[in-house]
Design a protein around this ligand. Structure first.
Ligand code: SF4
Ligand code: SF4
Length: 62
C-alpha cells in the first residue's frame, strides 16, 4: 500500500497523461488492468505534477 503516491484505480481511466509527465518515471500503465501503477514512490519529488495533470482526479500525493 503506497503512502506517498496514491492512485484511485476506480477513477483512473488509463489515459497515460501522468506517466508521460512524471519526471522521475515512477508511474507506468499496467497493460492488463489499463490503470496507472506506481513503482518506487520513495523517488517522488512531491511537486504534484501528476496530481494536477490527471483529468480524472485519480492521483493524490501525500
Ligand atoms: S509528484 Fe511528480 S515525481 Fe511524484 S509521481 Fe507525481 S509527477 Fe512523478
Ligand atoms: S493521468 Fe490519471 S487517469 Fe490518466 S493514467 Fe494517470 S492516474 Fe490514470
Amino acid at each position: 500500500m503506497n503512502k506517498i503516491v496514491v492512485i484511485d484505480e476506480e477513477l483512473c481511466t488509463g489515459c497515460g497523461a501522468c506517466v508521460k509527465l512524471c519526471p522521475k518515471q515512477i508511474l507506468r500503465l499496467d497493460e492488463t488492468d489499463h490503470v496507472c501503477k506506481v513503482t518506487d514512490e520513495n523517488r517522488c519529488d512531491k511537486r504534484r505534477g501528476c496530481e494536477r495533470v490527471c483529468p480524472a482526479g485519480a492521483i493524490k500525493i501525500h
